[in-house]
Design a protein around this ligand. Structure first.
Ligand code: AMP
Ligand code: ZN
Length: 455
């Protein structure tokens, strides 16, 4: 089955042709570990985990390398550590650990490699030296800057006019810059600031060069897929292209660029700077959303019901509906063994630029069929396991445990019927309220009382 991918670089869907089928390579920009990740940050983690799973399925588990970095050198980290009176290492180690735990709770596989900037310093310095040798960078006042006019292709990913790029990059005017667009590869560190020895004195790297160096170190000069959120297209990914291709004499850094759309709250991007964010931790463990604790797979399910390039509006209603559905599915599949093969109806839409809504339409058809047919149940379970929505027995038990016990519902309905017969309407109303608190709605009809799980 051919995999097609929407390539931001080409602005079109293309058939995916890996450089080496025995080692398909993808890089996703990971977190800057100064604070808890919010659920907007969870979107690329989940979406590109599905891509990782799909590539493993298509090329074999051992033939895919997924690198997701941890940015543990950045000025926000320095500021936050100072604010909290903790060491930088304490802050970054603690935050990275929480991030990794969150990703697992969201049903994501561990990436093959999770490199850190602090372990890549020699490669970063070497790449900057190469850029200087290739006349793409220059040193000035302890800084090294990438000289944007040295790259005639600059802007090919974001395709923005120069004045918009200047505004978008929030260009800092500094006396040592030859051109206002030039961006920092290396900057001097003083006093308390973390610093590493370099030909330009003690200093630290800029954010963009870190990803160029980490991707080269672990995936080579040219790899297959580079991904991240849509906000990274400019300047981050544009600058990664300029650096890597400048260092490697024009060889492309990646053949396909993929970007997920925003998770929004009331039409606005969820972000730390807007203050409209909720962390993954708060959602999963702290009853900070709708006063409830949510299972990570419910968040995953809600996230995947929208195509990754579309914006998602984050609402309590969306999460509640996802939970009802996932609980229902977990109950249906509890004791079912998954089939060996992944059903074409799910694989085909996923291979079409990760069309999860179309895959979900197939899941809904399978769920309906699975109620009566054992073979459909096995296929349905295989599909959910594949998507990471039925991760292990523990999660399923949890979801089933949270879901409605049908026998108990029937028992209460019978009791209510008896109370009504005895004209004990107070007791009948009490039972209706009890069912309602279990998330069950009842309806009295000519054929008796029917019930359904409220969504
Ligand atoms: P940051 O920590 O801001 O660099 O973000 C980490 C990742 O999350 C990047 O790939 C961002 O593009 C992505 N991201 C940040 N905010 C959102 C959002 N509201 N919706 C979707 N992705 C986001
Ligand atoms: Zn990056």
């Amino acid at each position: 089955m051919a995999l097609t991918i929407y390539n931001t670089l080409a602005r079109e869907k293309q058939v995916f042709e890996p450089i080496d089928r025995t080692n398909v390579r993808m890089y996703v920009c990971g977190p800057t570990v100064y604070d808890f990740a919010h659920i907007g940050n969870a979107r690329p983690v989940i979406v590109f985990d599905v891509l990782f799973r799909l590539l493993r399925h298509l090329y074999g588990e051992k033939h895919v390398t997924y690198v997701r970095n941890i940015t543990d050198v950045e000025d926000k980290i320095i500021a936050r550590a100072a604010e909290r009176h903790v060491s930088i290492r304490e802050l970054t180690e603690g935050t990275a650990k929480i991030y990794q735990e969150d990703a697992l709770a969201l049903g994501c596989l561990k990436p093959t490699i999770e490199p850190r900037v602090t372990d890549t310093m020699a490669e970063i310095v070497a790449m900057i030296e190469q850029l200087v040798r290739n006349n793409h960078a220059y040193a000035a006042e302890g800084h090294v800057l990438f000289h944007v006019p040295s790259d005639p292709d600059y802007g090919k990913l974001s395709r923005r006019p120069l004045d918009e790029m200047i505004a978008g990059a929030r260009v800092e005017v500094a006396p040592y810059k030859k051109n206002p667009m030039d961006f920092v590869l290396w900057k001097p560190s003083t006093g308390e600031q973390p610093g590493w020895d370099s030909p330009w004195g003690k200093g630290r790297p800029g954010w963009h060069i870190e990803c160029s160096a980490m991707s080269e170190k672990h995936l080579g000069e040219t790899f297959d897929i580079h991904a991240g959120g849509i906000d990274l297209i400019f300047p981050h990914h544009e600058n990664e292209i300029a650096q890597s291709e400048g260092a490697h004499h024009g060889k492309p850094i990646a053949n396909y660029w993929m970007h997920n759309g925003f998770l929004q709250v009331e039409g606005e991007k969820m972000s730390k700077s807007l203050g409209n964010f909720i962390t993954i931790r708060e959602l999963l463990a702290e009853k900070k959303f709708g006063g409830e604790q949510w299972h990570g797979l419910v968040l995953r399910h809600a996230m995947l019901s929208t195509h990754y390039r579309q914006p998602i509006d984050w609402t309590l209603d969306r999460l509640t509906r996802s939970r009802t559905e996932l609980m229902d599915w977990a109950r249906l599949l509890h004791d079912v063994a998954p089939s060996a093969d992944l059903h074409e109806d799910v694989l085909a839409p996923l291979s079409d630029d990760l069309n999860t809504p179309a895959a979900y339409a197939a899941l809904h058809r399978m769920a309906a069929a699975a109620r009566t047919n054992q073979e459909d149940r096995a296929h349905f379970k295989r599909a959910l396991v594949f998507l990471g929505l039925y991760d292990n027995q523990k999660d399923a038990d949890f979801l089933v445990g949270q879901s409605v016990d049908a026998a108990r519902v029937e028992e209460l309905i019978a009791k209510r019927g008896a109370a009504r017969k005895a004209k004990d309407f107070k007791e009948a109303d009490r039972i209706r309220a009890e069912l309602s608190s279990m998330g069950v709605a009842i309806e009295d009809g000519p054929g008796g009382t029917t019930w359904k799980v409220m969504s």
